[in-house]
Design a protein around this ligand. Structure first.
Ligand code: NAD
Length: 514
């Protein structure tokens, strides 16, 4: 990012200072564009406008909102080339990957638009012993949602919050990453042309301070996607106003390859899972635990596959790293690992040229190395030999992160349930992110809350419980006018219903059948 101060123009503008930030293409150094750095007052004004928009947007029927969102989806689809080009230039990823990102983002917008009415339909629930009541759960828009996004998937990642928040009837103020602001600006430009209510989706641009201002601007929920360190700052800022937060944070995803796995398929998947987007995915494979019986074959196959991966150029599999800061982290992790005894079978810290990094396969890694503890977020594949699947599960679960994971082998489905993570792919990698109806999110240092799927829609809704009395019963516990002897009657009911008497036993039996 480059921040420049633009001299104010015009006779009345002397006291104004307009800051802008430049978006620089990491692959070429070209200036892709320039956007304003929005001040706290401007962020506040955007939230105020969003509140007006939210009143009208939230009052639309589900089918009306569906129609509006489908119009936006079509506009984005028509602009797919332009969007992919912006993603490619701002982020540095290959054009193919950028187009896949547009495709995946639109699949979520489409899903959220069509699914909201079902996910948020009122639910009748059993009134239990309050048999004279009708009990319902209804879902309502929260109001204004602040969305703060990262740079690694500048369209796909924020869409996971924006589309679901809009579909649930909220207005959104979006703060894209300072490294990829133009993608955010384009999304909102097309929304403004497609949606009939102004300001339903707005963008504010800038770096950390603009995001911090959004946390303080009175939004009804803040959906944050980014690093764990920044997530903690966002949570602290939101705590002053008890603004609820959704945290989609970093990861250190483990992959487990059991003895009976298809070695070739697992190795190819590991290479893709660790290297796609130059390893800059929150759900990148960052640790691979492999059964000792197949370890040598697996490592050989991974090295062979990595040898076919091309970095840079128009037909490259991997593009530029998005920022020099991230390159420095990857270099530091590689140097730390080698210093502590790891061996780089490909790549290595010396194979870094500017923002381009040749992929590294690391063996002889130990748990004290940075590359095993911290999020590397680069094209590195640490491979660890384990004696048993139990050992692999135990070591996979030792990380404080818990976002995605992957298991390969004949018993992989059962092993998946033992992994402490929000998501697991079985005999594949990253697939959970592409299935629009599956909830996406992590545990521990990877955050909390869910985007995607029905949970992702409900994440942006206020749950309301309604108890409606439909007829009177002789014993009304919500009254001061209870007859004498009620204490004894209630005591009798407690024993009958919850003690060990015949009625309680019958109730337990019914409970088991439920
Ligand atoms: P980051 O934390 O540096 O920045 C994320 C966003 O927060 C940016 O828009 C930034 O401007 C903003 N920000 C910075 N300081 C702020 C503050 N004090 N208050 C409010 N906002 C502030 O993250 P990044 O480097 O852009 O993205 C990479 C990280 O994102 C990785 O850790 C990756 O794992 C994570 N990520 C997670 C998911 C997920 O779904 N779990 C998805 C993509 C990326």
């Amino acid at each position: 990012m480059a921040v420049t101060t633009v001299p104010p123009s015009g006779p009345t503008s002397a006291p104004l200072r307009i800051e802008t930030l430049k978006s620089i293409a990491p692959a070429t150094g070209e200036v892709v564009g320039e956007v304003p750095v929005h001040t706290a007052a401007e962020v506040q004004a955007a939230v105020t406008r969003a509140r007006t928009a939210a009143a009208s947007w939230g009052a639309l029927s589900f089918s009306e909102r569906e129609g509006e969102l489908v119009r936006w989806r079509r506009a984005l689809a028509e602009a797919a080339d332009e969007l992919a080009d912006l993603i490619h230039r701002e982020n540095g990823k290959p054009r193919l990957d950028a187009m896949v990102e547009v495709f995946m983002a639109l699949s979520h917008l489409d899903h959220a638009a069509h699914r909201a009415a079902k996910a948020l339909r009122p639910e009748k629930v059993s009134p239990g012993l309050m048999a004279n009541f009708r009990a319902t759960v209804t879902y309502h828009p929260l109001g204004v949602i602040g969305v703060i996004g990262p740079w690694n998937y500048p369209m796909f990642t924020p869409m996971g919050s924006i589309a679901y928040a809009l579909a649930a009837g909220n207005a959104v103020v979006f703060k894209p990453s300072e490294l990829t602001p133009l993608v955010g600006v384009k999304l909102v430009e097309l929304a403004a042309r497609s949606l009939s209510i102004p300001d339903v989706l707005q963008v504010v641009t800038g770096a950390g301070p603009t995001g911090a201002a959004l946390c303080k601007a009175g939004v009804n929920k803040l959906a944050f996607t980014g690093s764990t360190a920044t997530g903690k700052k966002v949570m602290a800022a939101c705590s002053d106003t008890l603004t609820p937060v959704l945290m989609e944070l970093g990861g250190k995803d483990a992959m487990i390859v059991a003895e009976d796995a298809d070695v070739d398929a697992a190795a190819e998947a590991a290479v893709f899972g660790a290297l796609t987007n130059t390893g800059q995915a929150c759900i990148s494979i960052e640790r691979v635990y492999v059964a000792e019986a197949i370890y040598d074959r697996f490592v050989d196959k991974v090295v062979a596959e990595v040898g076919k991966v091309k970095v840079g150029g128009d037909d490259g599999h991997l593009g530029a790293m998005t920022s020099p800061q991230q390159v420095a982290i990857v270099k530091d992790h590689l140097e730390d690992a080698v210093r502590r005894g790891a061996r780089a079978l490909t790549g290595g810290a010396d194979a870094i040229s500017g923002n381009f990094i040749q992929p590294t396969v690391l063996v002889d890694v130990t748990d004290d190395m940075k590359v095993m503890k911290d999020e590397t977020f680069g094209p590195v594949i640490p491979i660890i030999k384990v004696r048993t699947t139990d050992e692999a599960v135990r070591r996979a679960n030792e990380s404080p992160f818990g976002l995605g994971s992957a298991v390969f082998g004949k018993q992989a489905r059962a092993v998946a349930d033992r992994i402490r993570a929000g998501m697991t792919s079985v005999n594949s990698v990253m697939s959970f992110a592409a299935i629009t109806s599956l909830p996406f999110g992590g545990i521990g240092e990877s955050g909390f809350g869910r985007i995607h799927g029905d949970q992702g829609i409900r994440e942006f809704a206020r749950t309301k419980a309604t108890a409606e009395q439909v007829f009177n019963l002789p014993l009304n516990l919500m009254s001061f006018k209870l007859p004498k002897g009620t204490t004894e009657r209630i005591r009798g009911m407690i024993k009958q219903l919850y003690g060990s008497g015949a009625v309680a036993r019958a109730k337990d039996l019914l409970g088991k059948l439920r």
